[in-house]
Design a protein around this ligand. Structure first.
Ligand code: SIN
Ligand code: CO
Length: 391
């Protein structure tokens, strides 16, 4: 079956460009990237006018009780920082003091569509760099203490107010016996009080300290930046899985050695020659990145959808369109599409559809009208695996 897709709607320019300018305090995403990204902080008053947050404190506490949400409770008590990891029992929150603690839940975008929509406003940064949305709640005085992060973060104020202290200090020594990363010294150089809708962008390694003024909720849009060591060891794992080398060790030119126990230079030379056959190029790096960066985190599990036939799936698609599951990570590079660590080569005619699905996380029924049979079968497989749903 030939494939003629009317992707007009799916490919239409994002109406978010104007929103993004407000989000960045009147500057364009281009200017933001050039002047601030990874370079210096930016305070944006009313980045999201009227923003009230996407969940209530008790809903956040509810999430913190769930097995598949990563949550932490940080307390400062009698001069000591204390850390508890979730999931929490419901009655844990009833036994907390009135001040000086913070509850933090990672990956809220995996649980709430509104949180995932909030992340989409930051689409001017590649999805491959985006980590997740963390939401925190703290009563007066609460926070996670003075620290620095190794990644970029946008700190968007939801409910209430928070005082942010920022310092470009060079001394990043940490308190030795604390259960979380706390700076030993902190020199406040700038101080801002954020109100609902205000946002503070911080580049990596900039010391900061957020303290709640009354009940307060903060939304942290965090980005991932693997260390070179992590990238290299992951890449070596990828190479190992994808390696297929011919030949065996052979030494037809073996000569008599003085010591039988010695690994002679000749042996080293032969193996060195064999190992040089391990080769990679930009294509392998692109393929590795797609698989590695779309791989779900260890705690993420997908619930397979109720089995329906290809025909029924097709009918539903035509009616409703489709959307990616909140936990799905979809990326592409060149002709390869990556979804939750799996890869598929985009056949001619699949490209516009799959690129649009990865960018927008959804496809309208209209854009799926004349669907290629093989692509339909592939989408059906992903549907059954729980990677996407009929919208
Ligand atoms: C918080 O929301 O309390 C912590 C955010 C941060 O400092 O990175
Ligand atoms: Co931080």
């Amino acid at each position: 079956m030939r494939y003629h897709v009317t992707m007009k709607k799916a490919l239409k320019k994002s109406p978010r460009i104007a929103d993004q300018k407000v989000l960045l305090g009147g500057i364009s995403p281009k200017q933001f990237l050039r002047e601030y990204w990874q370079k210096k902080p930016l305070l944006i008053r009313q980045a999201m006018p009227g923003f009230k947050g996407v969940l209530e404190p008790d809903e956040l506490a509810g999430l913190a009780c769930e097995e598949d949400a990563q949550s932490r409770l940080v307390r400062f008590s009698r001069g000591k920082w204390l850390l508890e990891n979730g999931p929490f029992a419901e009655d844990r929150f009833a036994r907390l003091p009135k001040t000086n603690w913070a509850l933090l839940v990672q990956g809220v975008n995996h649980h709430l569509p509104e949180a995932a929509d909030l992340l989409r406003r930051f689409d001017f940064i590649p999805h491959a760099r985006l980590d997740d949305l963390m939401v925190s709640f703290a009563p007066n005085g609460g926070g996670v203490g003075p620290h620095f992060d190794s990644y970029d973060v946008f700190l968007l104020q939801g409910m209430g107010k928070r005082r942010w202290r920022v310092s470009a200090q060079h001394d990043l020594t940490l308190v030795e016996d604390a259960p979380l990363r706390i700076l030993k010294h902190f020199d406040t150089q700038q101080e801002y009080v954020l109100e609902p809708g205000d946002m503070l962008y911080l580049p990596p390694h900039l010391a900061h300290w957020g303290i709640a003024i009354g009940d307060c909720m903060t939304y942290s849009i965090g980005f991932r930046a693997p260390s070179t060591q992590e990238l290299a060891s992951q890449f070596l794992g990828y190479l190992q899985e994808n390696l297929s080398l011919d030949g065996m060790y052979s030494d037809r030119d073996l000569t008599l050695q003085k010591h039988a126990a010695e690994i002679g230079d000749d042996m080293v030379r032969r193996v060195h020659g064999s190992l040089k056959k391990i080769r990679w190029n930009k294509e392998s790096v692109g393929d590795f990145l797609g698989q590695y960066l779309s791989e779900p985190k260890p705690h993420v599990v997908f619930s397979p959808s109720a089995a329906i036939s290809l025909e029924r799936f097709h009918k539903s698609l035509m009616r409703t369109g489709l959307q990616l599951d909140l936990k799905t990570q979809a990326l592409f590079h060149a002709k390869t599409f990556f979804i939750n660590g799996e890869r598929v080569t985009m056949q001619p005619g699949w490209t516009a559809c799959l690129k649009s699905l990865a960018d927008d996380r959804k496809l309208s029924a209209e854009s799926l009208q004349h669907l290629d049979e093989l692509l339909l079968a592939q989408l059906h497989q992903w549907y059954l695996a729980g990677y996407l749903h009929c919208a």
